[in-house]
Write a protein that binds this ligand. Structure first.
Ligand SMILES: Cc1cc2nc3c(=O)[nH]c(=O)nc-3n(C[C@H](O)[C@H](O)[C@H](O)COP(=O)(O)OP(=O)(O)OC[C@H]3O[C@@H](n4cnc5c(N)ncnc54)[C@H](O)[C@@H]3O)c2cc1C
Length: 454
C-alpha cells in the first residue's frame, strides 16, 4: 500500500484520469497532480457549443448501471436528470424507414421470434456458463478465471475459476456461433459497431460483453439511457472543478524518467519529481515521451485501435432529420466507410448540428482515407434524404484501444497487470478495461483500491 503523502502524477484529464484523482482523494490521497495536454478536460467526452447549446462530438450516453459515473455525479453534483431524450429509428440503404425488429411484419415474424429465443438463451448462458464474464477489467480471463468487482451499486469483489471464460478471447461472431446464438449479434451490433467499437469478426467477445453485459444491452433495447443536458463533457468539467487539484491544462510532457524509486517528469520545460505515476493517456504512445522499458514496449506495441470519425452538419430546414437514424446494413466490414448512424439531439428545434458516425478501419484491411470517407458519408446522407448543407465540426478519433484474439488468449492482460507498479507506474484508461466512460472510471476506482488505499 502507498503512503498517503506520496506525490502522484496522473497523465490525462479524461474520464480515467479525473476519476483516478477523485478516487484517490476519497481514499485520503491529496498529493496528486493531473497533467492534461489539451486546453480543456474530458478527452473523448467533447461537447462544443452551437448557439448556446452543447452538441456531442464524442460520448453521448450512459445507462443506469454506470455506477462509477454515478459516483462522480454524487461527488460533484452534476446530474443526468433533464438530459435530452434519446429516440431513434432505422433506415435501409435506400433511405426508407424500416423496423428490423417488427414482429407484426409477416416477412420478419419468424426471424424476430427466433432472435428473441436466442437472446433469452444467451442471457441464461452468460449467467451460468460464463459466470463472472462481466466484472470490470480482464484479469484472469485468458486463464479461465474471474477477478474483479461485480456490476452492482456495491461492486462487491468476486473471484473464482471458470474455464469457459477462455472463450471470451474469440471474436464475438465465433463466440455466438459456438454457443448456437448467432442472431443475438443483430441486437448487440447497434450499440457496438455503430458506436465505433469495430466488427464482430475481429473483436474479442470479452470487450463486447464487458461493455454490453446482458443488463446494459437490455437497457439499450428499451432505450433506458442517460444523457446530460450540458453534454458528457460537463460531467468531467464539473468533476474537475470539484477536485482539490484540478487538472493542469496545456501540459506538454516531453520526458518521463523513472529511476531510484522516483518519477521525474519534464512538463512545459519544468522538472517535477513524483513517487508514483498513473498513465491514463494512450499506452501505445507512452514511448514517445517516456523511458519506456522493453516489457512495456513489447506489450504496448500490440495495441490495436479503431478509426472512428464524427462530423457535425447543418441542413436546410426542409432536409432536417426528424429523429436519429441507424443504418444496420452499413454495420458490416463490406460497408466500411459508410454512414452507420446520424444523431439528432434536440427535439424542439431544427437549427442544430446533426452528427454522423463512421468507421474506416478493419483488422487486416487497409485503413480508408479520412477525406474519401467524409465524402462518402455526405453522399450517404443525401441518399438518406437528409443532405448536409454545411459541415461545421469534425472529429477524427483515436478510438477503442484493444488487443486482438491471439494476444488476448496468450495472456496480454495478465502480463500487463503483473507489471502494475513495477516501475512506480500504473496503467489505466481505455485499453485496461473498455473504451467507454464508465468502464474507464470504474477501472480507475479499482486501481486505487487495489494498489493505493488500505
Ligand atoms: C464519437 C464518440 C462516441 C462515444 N460515445 C460514448 C458513449 O455514448 N458512452 C460512453 O460511455 N462512452 C462513449 N465514448 C467513449 C468515451 O468517451 C471514452 O471511452 C472515454 O472518454 C475514455 O476515457 P479516458 O480517460 O480513458 O480517455 P480519453 O477520453 O481519450 O482521455 C484521455 C486524455 O488524455 C489526454 N492526453 C493524451 N496524451 C497525453 C499526454 N501525453 N499528456 C497529457 N495528456 C494527454 C487527452 O488529451 C485526453 O484528454 C465515445 C467516444 C467517442 C469519440
Amino acid at each position: 500500500m502507498v503512503d498517503k503523502n506520496e506525490r502522484i502524477a496522473i497523465i490525462g484529464g479524461g474520464p480515467a484520469g479525473l476519476s483516478a484523482g477523485m478516487y484517490l482523494e476519497k481514499a485520503g490521497f491529496e498529493n496528486y497532480v493531473i497533467f492534461e495536454r489539451n486546453g480543456w478536460v474530458g478527452g473523448k467526452c467533447h461537447s462544443p457549443n452551437y448557439k448556446g447549446r452543447r452538441y456531442e462530438m464524442g460520448a453521448i450516453m450512459g445507462v443506469p448501471s454506470y455506477y462509477a459515473v454515478h459516483d462522480v455525479e454524487e461527488f460533484c453534483g452534476v446530474t443526468h436528470e433533464g438530459g435530452p431524450k434519446l429516440n431513434r429509428n432505422y433506415k435501409d440503404l435506400q433511405g426508407n424507414v424500416i423496423d428490423p425488429f417488427d414482429a407484426s411484419d409477416p416477412a420478419r415474424v419468424e426471424l424476430v421470434g427466433e432472435m428473441r429465443n436466442q437472446v433469452k438463451k444467451f442471457g441464461e448462458l452468460l449467467a451460468t456458463k460464463y459466470k463472472g464474464y462481466d466484472v470490470n477489467g480482464h484479469r484472469g480471463v485468458a486463464q479461465g478465471r474471474y477477478d474483479g468487482d461485480a456490476v452492482t451499486p456495491q461492486r462487491e469483489h468476486i473471484e473464482g475459476e471458470n474455464e469457459n471464460l477462455k472463450d471470451l478471447a474469440l471474436p464475438f461472431k465465433e463466440f455466438c456461433e459456438k454457443n448456437g446464438v448467432p442472431l443475438v449479434q443483430q441486437i448487440w451490433i447497434g450499440p457496438f459497431t455503430s458506436f465505433g467499437y469495430g466488427y464482430f469478426d475481429e473483436i474479442p467477445a470479452a470487450y463486447v460483453l464487458k461493455y454490453l453485459d446482458f443488463q446494459t444491452t437490455m437497457n439499450f433495447v428499451k432505450v433506458n439511457l442517460w444523457t446530460w443536458k450540458e453534454g458528457t463533457q460537463s460531467i468531467w468539467e464539473t468533476l474537475n472543478a470539484a477536485l482539490k487539484h484540478p487538472a493542469l491544462l496545456n501540459s506538454d510532457i516531453t520526458d518521463v524518467t523513472r529511476a531510484d524509486g522516483k518519477v521525474t517528469i519534464t512538463v512545459n520545460g519544468r522538472v517535477e519529481v513524483f513517487d508514483k505515476l498513473i498513465v491514463t493517456a494512450p499506452l501505445q504512445f507512452f514511448g514517445q515521451y517516456a523511458d519506456i522499458r522493453d516489457d512495456e514496449k513489447a506489450h504496448f506495441d500490440k495495441i490495436e485501435f479503431e478509426r472512428y470519425d464524427t462530423q457535425a452538419f447543418l441542413t436546410k430546414p426542409e432536409d432536417a432529420p426528424e429523429i436519429s437514424y441507424y443504418i444496420m446494413e452499413n454495420m458490416v466490414p463490406e460497408r466500411l466507410g459508410h454512414l452507420m448512424v446520424y444523431y439528432r439531439r434536440w427535439a424542439d428545434t431544427i437549427d442544430q448540428p446533426y452528427v454522423t458516425y463512421t468507421l474506416r478501419k478493419h483488422a487486416g484491411g487497409e485503413e480508408l482515407g479520412y477525406e474519401e470517407t467524409k465524402k462518402q458519408v455526405l453522399d450517404d446522407l443525401a441518399v438518406m434524404g437528409n443532405p448536409a448543407e454545411k459541415v461545421i465540426d469534425e472529429g477524427k478519433w483515436y478510438y477503442f484501444p484493444h488487443v486482438l484474439t491471439d494476444d488476448y488468449a496468450a495472456g496480454w492482460y495478465d502480463e500487463v497487470e503483473a507489471m502494475q507498479g513495477k516501475y512506480d507506474t500504473y496503467y489505466a484508461g481505455e485499453v485496461m478495461s473498455f473504451g467507454d466512460m464508465d468502464e474507464t472510471a470504474e477501472y480507475s476506482r479499482e486501481l486505487v483500491e487495489r494498489f493505493f488505499a488500505e
